[in-house]
Design a protein around this ligand. Sequence first.
Ligand SMILES: [Zn+2]
Length: 429
Amino acid sequence: MKNIIRLAIGSSLLVGSTLMIAPQQADGFTTIGGSLGLAQRDLRLFNNFNGSSANNNTTIHANWPQYDGAELAMWKAGAEWNSRAHGDGSGDSSQGSVGSGTANFSYAWNGNASNVGGGNDNIISSIGGSSGGVLAYTETPISDGWRIRFYGDAWNWQDGPGTVSSGIDIQGVACHELGHALGLGHTTVSGSTMLAYISGTGQPQRSIQSDDISGVRYIYGAMSAAMPSVASITGNANLGGNITITGTNFSATGNTLWLQSNVLDSGAAGGNFVKVTGLSSSNGGTVINMTLPSAGWEGGEIHVQSNGTNNSNLSESHPFGGTGGGVLNDTITMTINDSTPNPGQLVTLSWNGAPANQSYTIVYAFTNNSPLFTSWSGIVGTGATSSSGIGTYSKIIPSRGAGRTVYVEMQVPVGADIFNSNTVTVNIN
Ligand SMILES: [Zn+2]
């Protein structure tokens, strides 16, 4: 028997009555029983929304790599419940930081599913038809998983990502439904994400409020001081590449890296994260050096699980990966002091984040071969990186370059890996 909890659109009368009782409620949240263990943290979308405005955001944000449209909205909606900020927390202009739960809980975004899945496959999707004022609903009980359906054809769904001024905000409604999926019922506290109905577009519900936070902390416990956290990832995140994860509270041995599965299905396999087990840390539990699997995963987000199976052993989510199948390039940041130089002018390229004390090559091409230039038209220069990974290279623009656009990239081979920079575009006068 499924316990179905719905979010209905509100009328002005209902909103008015709620405002009258709200001040009497210290803790208004309710729970529906159960919680999501570490095996049920996955979150996917079967993107069968028909309305064009549900998928018209095509802007990728660096803090949320590789996804746009409704996927990006669902990802952010889940991450708002997470223990700590996702990456630097940026990417949603309507709230200060995404990742506000401060509980021993984080969702694990795992990309797309191929169909709506069963009642416990942890997949969000659209469903046809309508049910009065109902926007969406969550199928529970939750402990073995959940399913969320949006009435896709009944409402004018909006994927944002910024201010939504008409229609209904996918991200706000998804944040509410994912509150049910993690175990919360409705609250009586006005302004909370878990209020039973919305007024307006629902955009404010993207940001969970104090009563919602009290609820997730009640179910999963306030975030442990020992919960692992990921600060940064450097290195070659290609399939089979070597990376360095920097953070805090990693166990000395027995850490596990969670990577998004590249399996596209609507069953269990595609929802399960690819896990690299048995990872040791150094520097007092702050550094993990590891080799990525050579297949089976894709970019998006990662988590680190310290040595244990409690809710407090799983880190918050951290963005990971550039374009394509998990490729993380552009680990070196490079700029030019003048991107529209004249022929004969001396220009200077500056970089940071390069591997220390290694030989580098700066290449150019007449097409932008990002994310990694595997062929090029010529070499700008060569040298050795410093111990700090910071450096510059100056070059006179040759006269034969007049009127051309060239694309410049720095490459630093280390063993079998190539660390490379972002592409610098130079429009020569
Ligand atoms: Zn609800």
